[in-house]
Design a protein. Structure first.
Length: 202
């Protein structure tokens, strides 16, 4: 049994929902598309609003359409760290990992303490099997917040890939202690994985 896939973190002013990596692109709901179009007409100069509407589209699986909004936000504010992070997410969702990493790196330069971007960068590096660099990024994120659930979970996945099962288990156990309500489904799967791996070792 395997734990669930890696968890990326969209950046919005308030804590946002955490999404599954590489979610399949879907046609967004008409109401979401209409809201995004209306905002573009009424508030085209507001980078925050453009970013937030891009997140709405991204959460519907419309990564290509979301990217248009992040591009517009970045034209207004090139150092908008949330839009940089989310542009990376939209590119990563389309399998454009190298381009995504460029945007994550820009976001981290703007704010080295941006833990969401650190997590997303680590996920992208892990997907390219750049395990050493991914580990460095997750370790940095844990220095920023040792109890950050998405970091603990994704670092646990990385350590598992690296064959460091004991360290991976510690990360997963710490994740279970910190998992918020919206990650309880993931937490349940992690518990089942840990139980299965314990039985297998016996």
């Amino acid at each position: 049994m395997q734990p669930p896939a890696a968890r990326t973190v969209p950046a919005v002013p308030a804590a946002g929902a955490v999404q599954e990596q590489r979610s399949v692109a879907k046609t967004p709901r008409p109401d979401v598309t209409a809201r995004a179009a209306n905002l573009l007409q009424s508030d085209a100069e507001n980078a925050d609003s453009l970013n937030n509407q891009g997140v709405l589209l991204l959460e519907q699986g419309a990564a290509a359409q979301a990217r248009d909004y992040f591009e517009k936000a970045l034209k207004l504010a090139p150092d908008h760290e949330k839009a940089l992070n989310n542009m990376g997410l939209s590119l990563y969702a389309q399998g454009r990992t190298a381009e995504a990493l460029n945007y994550y790196e820009r976001a981290v330069k703007v704010n080295p303490g941006n833990i969401e971007t650190c997590v997303n960068m680590g996920i992208a590096l892990r997907s390219r099997r750049d395990f050493t660099q991914a580990a460095e990024v997750f370790q940095k994120a844990l220095t920023l917040n040792p109890a950050h659930p998405e970091t603990l979970y994704n670092y646990g996945l990385l350590l598992k890939d690296m064959g460091q099962q004991d360290k991976s288990r510690i990360c997963f156990e710490q994740f279970l202690k910190t998992a918020p309500p919206h990650l309880q489904g993931v937490a349940d799967s992690v518990r089942m994985y840990l139980q299965a791996s314990t039985v297998k070792k016996q």
